[in-house]
Design a protein around this ligand. Structure first.
Ligand code: HEM
Ligand SMILES: [Cu+2]
Length: 493
C-alpha cells in the first residue's frame, strides 16, 4: 500500500521543473498585479478625499468593480497556486490543469479589464441583479456580455482546477481519511498532514460555491437569450452571495493551509494533525456553508429561522478554525528558537490580521449591530483586515519562502523587518480609517461624500498617507521576491 502511494507522488525531473516554473510564473503575475490593484484602491480613496475632481462617479464605480473582483480573484488563485506547490510533496497533481488555470485566469483578467476600464462596467464586485443588464446607458450591451463571459471563463477553469486538486488528493487518501475522520474515531493510523485536511475542506466548500455561480450564470444566459423574461432578484442575489461568501472564506483557509505547512520549518516544531485539529476543520466545513445566511439578514421576506441560523453559525464557524490556528501558531512559536525571516514574519503577522479582521466580521454578523453597520465603511474595514493584513500576508510569506528556496539568495533580515514593518503600520492605519468611518456611520461605496458626512473625506485623506507607507513596503517586498523569482526561473531551465 505504502509503496504504491509513494509512486503516486513521485514526479519526473522534467515534470518537477515544469511545476516549479509554473509556480514562479504565478508569483510573477501576483507581484505584477498586486501593486496595480493597490494603486486602483488608492485612486478610490483619492476620489473620496476630493483629490481627483476629474474622476467622475461612473469611472469610480468601474475602478471599484475591477479593484474588488481583481483582488478577490487574485488572492484566490494565489492561494490555490501556493497550496498546489506545497501539496505536490504529498499528492500528484496534473501540471496541464495548473497551466489551464493559469492561462484561463489571464484571459479572464484581460476581459475584466476591458469590461471595466474600457467599457465602464461598474456594478460592483457582486454585480447585484439586475444591474448588469440595466446599465441605464452607462455601459453598452457588449460590455455586459464581456463581463459575464469573463466570470464564466474564470468559473470554468477554477472548477476544473478544484476538481483536479480534489482528484489528486482522492488518489492517495479516501474521502474519510482526507477529512481525517480516523483521527476522530481513533480507528486507523494513516498519517494525514494538516494541509491535506484543510485543502480537502476548501475544495468541497469551493465546489459548492462554484456550482452556485454556474446556476446564476445560466439564469443570466437564459434571460439574455430571451428564453426567460426576468429572473427572481432575490434568488440571483442569494446565489451570488453564496459564491462570494464561500470563495472569500476558502481563500482565507488556503492561506491558513500554507501557514500550517510552512511555519514549522521556521520554528523547528512540527504542526501535526490530531483529533482536535480534525474536529475543528470538519466543523468548519459544515459551519462555513451555513454561516452564509448572514448575507440574508436584510431580506426580511425570507424565513426568519434562516437569520437565526446565520447568526449562530457565524459565531460558531469562527471558533474552531481560529482557536486551533491561533493556539497552534502560539504553541509553535512560544519559547522556540524561531528563525525570523521575511517568510515567517509575514506568516505570523498574517495570523494576527486574520484574527482582528475575523473579530470585526463577527461584530458585523451580529444582527443587532448589523442593523447599524450594514453597508457602512465598517464592512470594507473588516474584510480588508482579514484579506490584506491576513491572507495576503500569509501568501506573500509563502511566496517569499518558495522563491527564496529555489534561488538561494541570502536574506538581508534588516530589510525584511523594515518591509514587514511598513506593510503592517501602513496596512493597519489604512483599515483603521475604514473602521472609524463605520463608527461615524459613513456609508461604503460613495464616490464622494456630501457635507453631512464630510468626516469621510478627512478619513480618506489620512488613509492615503498610510496606503503610501504600505505601498513602499510592498515595493521592497516585490524587489526582494522578484529578484529571487528571476534567478530561480533562470536556474530552473
Ligand atoms: C492597500 C491596499 C488596498 C486599498 C488602498 C484598497 C482600497 C479600497 C477602497 C477605497 C475601496 C472602496 C471602499 C468603499 O467606499 O466601499 C475598496 C473596496 C474593496 N476592496 Fe480594497 N483596497 C486594498 C486592498 C484590497 C485587498 C487586498 C482586497 C481583497 C483581497 C480588496 C478587496 C476589495 C473589495 C472586495 C472591495 C469592495 C468592492 C465593491 O464594493 O464592489 N482590497 N478597496
Ligand atoms: Cu459571509
Amino acid at each position: 500500500m505504502n509503496t504504491s502511494t509513494e509512486t503516486i507522488r513521485e514526479m519526473s525531473a522534467g515534470e518537477s521543473r515544469s511545476a516549479n516554473r509554473l509556480t514562479i510564473l504565478w508569483v510573477i503575475v501576483i507581484l505584477a498585479l498586486a501593486p496595480i490593484l493597490v494603486l486602483l484602491g488608492m485612486t478610490l480613496r483619492g476620489a473620496q478625499g476630493n483629490l481627483l475632481p476629474a474622476l467622475n462617479a461612473e469611472r469610480f464605480y468601474s475602478i471599484l468593480t475591477l479593484h474588488g473582483l481583481g483582488m478577490v480573484g487574485l488572492w484566490f488563485v494565489a492561494g490555490m497556486a501556493g497550496v498546489c506547490a506545497l501539496l505536490r510533496g504529498y499528492v500528484r497533481l496534473r501540471i496541464w490543469v495548473n497551466w489551464l488555470a493559469f492561462l484561463g485566469t489571464l484571459i479572464g483578467v484581460v476581459m475584466l479589464i476591458v469590461a471595466t476600464l474600457i467599457g465602464k462596467y461598474g456594478a460592483g464586485w457582486y454585480f447585484l441583479y439586475p444591474l448588469s443588464i440595466t446599465s441605464a446607458g452607462v455601459w453598452e450591451e457588449w460590455v455586459t456580455y464581456t463581463f459575464l463571459s469573463a466570470i464564466a471563463v474564470l468559473g470554468v477553469v477554477w472548477t476544473i482546477w478544484c476538481l483536479d486538486v480534489t482528484w489528486g488528493i482522492a488518489r492517495r487518501y479516501s474521502l474519510s481519511s482526507a477529512l481525517s475522520w480516523h483521527y476522530i474515531t481513533g480507528k486507523g493510523d494513516k498519517v494525514v498532514p494538516p494541509i491535506v485536511l484543510i485543502t480537502t475542506v476548501c475544495m468541497i466548500a469551493c465546489l459548492t460555491g462554484l456550482v452556485s455561480a454556474v446556476v446564476m450564470l445560466v439564469l443570466y444566459a437564459l434571460e439574455l437569450a430571451g428564453m426567460t423574461q426576468v429572473s427572481d432578484a432575490l434568488l440571483m442575489k442569494n446565489l451570488v452571495f453564496l459564491f462570494g461568501h464561500i470563495l472569500v472564506n476558502v481563500t482565507l483557509y488556503l492561506g491558513v493551509a500554507m501557514l500550517y505547512e510552512l511555519l514549522p520549518e521556521y520554528t523547528g516544531r512540527p504542526w501535526k494533525n490530531n483529533r482536535l485539529v480534525a474536529v475543528a476543520w470538519n466543523a468548519v466545513l459544515v459551519l462555513v456553508v451555513f454561516a452564509y445566511f448572514h448575507h440574508l439578514y436584510m431580506d426580511f421576506v425570507q424565513i426568519r429561522w434562516l437569520h437565526v441560523i446565520g447568526q449562530i453559525t457565524s459565531y460558531a464557524s469562527a471558533i474552531p478554525a481560529a482557536v486551533m490556528t491561533i493556539f497552534g501558531t502560539l504553541a509553535l512559536v512560544w519559547r522556540a528558537k524561531t528563525h525570523w525571516s521575511m517568510a515567517s514574519l509575514l506568516l505570523y503577522c498574517g495570523v494576527l490580521g486574520w484574527t482582528i479582521g475575523g473579530i470585526g466580521a463577527l461584530i458585523d454578523s451580529t444582527i443587532m449591530v448589523n442593523v447599524q453597520f450594514h453597508n457602512s465603511l465598517w464592512v470594507p474595514g473588516h474584510f480588508h483586515t482579514y484579506f490584506l493584513m491576513g491572507v495576503v500576508l500569509m501568501i506573500l510569506g509563502g511566496a517569499f519562502h518558495l522563491c527564496d528556496k529555489l534561488s538561494g539568495i541570502p536574506e538581508n533580515i534588516e530589510r525584511s523587518r523594515l518591509c514587514t514593518g511598513l506593510i503592517c503600520v501602513g496596512g493597519y492605519g489604512f483599515v483603521m480609517m475604514f473602521y472609524l468611518g463605520g463608527a461615524f456611520s459613513i456609508p461604503r461605496r460613495y464616490a464622494q461624500y456630501t457635507e453631512l458626512i464630510s468626516t469621510g473625506t478627512t478619513l480618506a485623506l489620512v488613509a492615503l498617507i498610510f496606503i503610501t507607507m504600505l505601498l513602499i513596503g510592498l515595493i521592497i517586498y516585490i524587489w526582494e521576491t522578484g529578484r529571487r523569482c528571476a534567478l530561480a526561473l533562470k536556474s530552473n531551465r
